[in-house]
Each structure stands twice: as C-alpha cells, then as structure tokens.
Design a protein around this ligand. Structure first.
Ligand code: HEM
Length: 330
C-alpha cells in the first residue's frame, strides 16, 4: 500500500512507473547528462523528442502588462505595449504518446517566449506543481535513478521508497498538480524564485503564477481515466478558435527571510501577490509538431530588470534542457 501511494504521488512529479530499467552512468558525465540519461531510461529514447514534457502543442498570443508591473521592474516587457508570445503547453514525461488524462501526465507545463520590442526574447517555463520534489539538480538525478530501479518487481523498500524517506517533499510535491479539463483551465507556477530589479536598482524576489481567468477546473482521477488519450491536445485549438484563453499573470513577492534557494519550500499563501498583466492565448499554430522541434525555452533567458535568484535548480534546468535540445536536434 505504502509503495503504491508513494510511487503514484512521486509519479505525479516525475511521471514514472516504467519497468525498472537500471542504467549505467558513463564516467565523467555531467549531472545534466546523467539526468537526461535517466529520463531516457525511464521514458524511452525517442529521436527528435524532448527528454521531458515530450507531448505538447504550440500556440500564439500576447502579453499586456499592468501599471503595477513597471513599478516592480525596469524590464521593457512591462513598459506598456502588448508583447507577442509563443506558448507551448505540454504533458509531463518524455513519453510522446502519453494519454493526456494519465496521472503520470501531471504536472502539465506551459513554456512562454516573449518577443521584446528590441528584437530580443525572454522565456518563462512553468508547470502545475505548487513546489518541486527536490531542491538541487543532483537530488533530481538521484530521484530519477531511484525511480528507474523501482519497477513493479523491485523488492521493498524500493530505492524510490528509500529516497522518499529521506526527501519528504518528494511525495508531497507530486500531489499538488491535478489533471485539468483544458490546458487553458490550469494554474501554472514558477516554482523557482527570480528577482525583479526596478529603475533604482531595488531588488525583489518573486515567483510567477499564471491563473486562468475562467478559474482552474480539474478532474478527479476517475474522470481523467475516462478521457480520450489526446483530449487536451485536441481541445485547445477549437477552444481558442471560439474564444481566446486568458491568464492573470501574478508575482508572489517574497518577504525578508523567505527562502529563495529551495524550490521545495513554498512561501506562505498570505504573501503579497502583484498583478503583472494578462496573457492572452489566441490560436494554435498550423504545424505544431514541426514548430516545437526548433523551439527551446530556457528558464535563464531573461531581460534587463529580471534576474535569476540563488535557486540552484535554475542552472540545473538550463544544463539539462541544453543536453536534451542538443540530442533532439542532432
Ligand atoms: C532539475 C530540475 C529539472 C530538470 C532536470 C528538468 C528537465 C527538463 C528537460 C530535459 C526538458 C526538455 C527540454 C527540451 O528538450 O527543450 C524539460 C522541459 C520542461 N520542463 Fe523541466 N526540468 C526541471 C525542472 C522543471 C521545473 C521546476 C519546471 C516548472 C516550474 C519545469 C517545467 C518544464 C516544462 C514546462 C518543460 C517543457 C518546455 C517546452 O515546452 O519546450 N521543469 N525539463
């Protein structure tokens, strides 16, 4: 019983449960390479496909900043005019055919590429977790490796169970992401902290939150199981053709003493949130499968006025995304 509940909870964070294919680490491989190797071992190697969040759909839209945003940050993004945005919604795991309603497809993700007035771009990459299962890239690699050795025939306590005992956030995090009725009805969180810098150089750590204007709408596991395998990917295009989807873009502001270097630690709900503006998603692109191949969203692709925090996961992500991109564009 403990095994199943724990694996399911962790599966939500990692979308696991594939038979225990153990994989060897070539000496000298970086943590990022070992992490992507572990993802390939868990999800299978799929040529030209992302090692994680493999299944997705590309859309377009715009971001219109609020007056408050410009007071927090000198970023041109918040200067006033609407900014074009490329968006990719996705399921979790590196399995390109995962059913959208599978509990393993949580957390769903949203990646954004803002096209700034000076021709540069800024990325934001968020998912439906309220906090992350681990705090460092090494721990994430170890969690994936433990999962790959915890298939259905693994003796108890499995490596995954043992990992969970020493990393209590690992199970809890997974349960915070639920299966939505639509990619447009899910709340997405930044999980990692970033830092606003205003025109006077004042720094303010924050975490993103994207809240659907129509409100979040999720399914029970039983309902999700009844859904067609591609219900999310198939639903979003016709939905946007009927009416654009809008998200309130919020920043939850840290107070002195709130940890910025540990994504397993959410800040208290009472922390002030500021409305940064509105994301309007207007249409899916005609050939999403080829469009997504060339797209790489990097959490550290920022602009003047927004900086990375001391959260070690940001660099771990950047390294792993680069490895995955390098392999899928070979
Ligand atoms: C150490 C922690 C993490 C690792 C190693 C990791 C690894 C990866 C990898 C390898 C990819 C595929 C990248 C590509 O081929 O373009 C990916 C995609 C993605 N990850 Fe992460 N990830 C981590 C943490 C996170 C966190 C904290 C979030 C959200 C808050 C997140 C959200 C996403 C999303 C939305 C995508 C899909 C991006 C797209 O649509 O192209 N990941 N991740």
């Amino acid at each position: 019983m403990m095994q199943r509940t724990f694996v399911r909870a962790l599966a939500i964070g990692l979308a696991l449960g594939l038979p225990g294919a153990a994989h060897a680490q070539p000496d000298g491989a970086t943590t990022a390479e070992q992490t992507v190797d572990a993802m390939n071992a868990l999800f299978g190697k799929h040529s030209g496909i992302r090692a994680n969040h493999a299944k997705g759909v590309v859309a377009e839209g715009s971001f219109t900043p609020s007056p408050e945003a410009g007071k927090l940050s000198k970023a041109s993004l918040f200067a006033g005019a609407a900014v074009p945005v490329t968006i990719r919604f996705s399921d979790a795991t590196g399995v390109p055919t995962i059913p959208d309603g599978s509990v393993k497809a949580n957390p769903h993700g949203m990646a954004l590429k803002f096209k700034l007035a000076d021709g540069s771009e800024m990325d934001v990459v968020v998912n439906a977790l309220k906090f992350f299962p681990v705090a460092t890239g090494e721990e994430f690699r170890d969690l994936l490796v433990a999962a790959s050795k915890s298939g259905p025939d693994a003796p108890h306590p499995t490596p995954l169970e043992q990992f969970g005992q020493s990393h209590p956030a690992a199970a809890a995090a997974g349960g915070t992401a639920k299966t939505p009725t639509s990619f447009a009805r899910q709340t997405y969180n930044g999980v990692n902290a970033f830092v606003f810098v205003d025109k006077d150089g004042k720094r303010q750590p924050f975490r993103y939150r994207f809240v659907p204007a129509q409100g979040e709408e999720v399914l029970s596991e039983a309902e999700a199981k009844t859904k067609a395998p591609n219900y999310l990917v198939d639903e979003i295009g016709p939905r946007l053709a009927r009416e654009p989807a809008t998200f309130r873009v919020l920043a939850q502001l840290a107070e002195p003493g709130d940890p910025t270097n540990d994504a397993t630690k959410p800040w208290p709900d009472a922390r002030r949130t500021v409305d940064l503006g509105t994301l309007t998603v207007t249409k899916t692109v005609p050939d999403s499968a080829s469009a997504e191949k060339a797209l790489l969203f990097m959490p550290n692709a920022l602009t003047d006025g927004i900086e990375v925090s001391d959260d070690p996961l940001i660099d771990a992500r950047v390294q792993a995304y680069a490895v995955s991109f390098g392999r899928r564009t070979q």
